[in-house]
Write a protein that binds this ligand. Structure first.
Ligand SMILES: [Zn+2]
Length: 94
């Protein structure tokens, strides 16, 4: 039996929150990264989630996490993660 010394373990992952979307948004709109000056702080989306996103292949950290997203954030997520979509599984939240 070998003990692995990893910084993050599966147990450290945040569990999916079925009551609130878990996406972090930048205040000031999607183009705020184009502006110079201080980066606006991330603010957690306050919408009710409608999709549970699960990693079905280990990510960069070697772990498989899951998170909930509302419809709006899910659309954003799909556009961003389009090339790696087969890495995820989606489940509708009722
Ligand atoms: Zn959201």
């Amino acid at each position: 039996m070998s003990r692995t010394k990893k910084k993050i373990t599966q147990a450290d992952l945040k569990p999916p929150d079925l009551n609130q979307c878990q996406a972090d948004k930048r205040e000031g709109g999607p183009f705020s990264f184009m502006t110079l000056g201080p980066i606006p702080p991330l603010k957690r989306c306050t919408n009710k989630p409608s999709v549970l996103v699960k990693e079905i292949k280990p990510g960069k950290d070697g772990l498989m996490g899951s998170m909930t997203l509302c419809k709006d954030c899910f659309v954003q997520f799909c556009m961003l993660e389009c090339p790696t979509r087969d890495q995820y599984e989606f489940e509708e939240i009722k």
